[in-house]
Design a protein around this ligand. Structure first.
Ligand code: T46
Length: 132
């Protein structure tokens, strides 16, 4: 399984840093939705689902989070702990987010509007979906 992490361009000067994300340039799809999660307590696991068609870019803009990716054959853990790295997650990938540090904020850029029908929340159904 290939982990696709983007190094996001930082515009830094003596005032600090800024990262700008533009669709089809810094993010490899048209951005239809942005959401972010915060106040996730230690010990909590989020996600635990896959998507049928959604593509996303995850940026931990503050703190640290561990993302588990599972394509049905292989599992890999990715740590996101800086605001200038984006983890691309294609559809057909089971994901879990865990070990949120105190105050962590995980921002997500998504290729589609929210649609509960795009979620696969049952792991066996996911395996069937990816042909395993
Ligand atoms: C994903 C991972 C990385 C909305 O109303 N609109 C939205 O756009 C989203 C994302 C969620 N919601 C509602 C649905 C639930 O009542 O917010 C609540 C929490 O959502 P969920 O339990 O799906 O959150 P996570 O953190 O488990 O998963 C989210 C995304 O849903 C998912 O697409 O890939 O983050």
């Amino acid at each position: 399984m290939e982990i696709v992490k983007y190094k996001l361009q930082q515009h830094g000067d003596e005032r600090g840093h800024l990262v700008a994300l533009e669709e089809m340039i810094d993010v490899p799809f048209e951005i239809k939705r942005v959401y972010y999660m915060f106040d996730t307590r230690p010990g909590i696991v989020r996600g635990m689902h896959a998507h049928k068609s959604l593509e996303q870019l995850l940026v931990c803009v503050h703190g640290r989070v561990t993302v588990l990716l599972d394509d049905g054959s292989e599992k890999k853990e990715v740590v996101l702990d800086n605001p200038y790295e984006g983890l691309y997650i294609a559809n057909n990938m089971w994901r879990e987010m865990r070990d949120f540090s105190e105050g962590a904020v995980l921002m997500v850029f998504a290729s589609k509007y929210y649609d509960e029908n795009d979620y696969i929340r049952d792991y066996d159904e996911f395996l069937k979906f990816v042909g395993k």
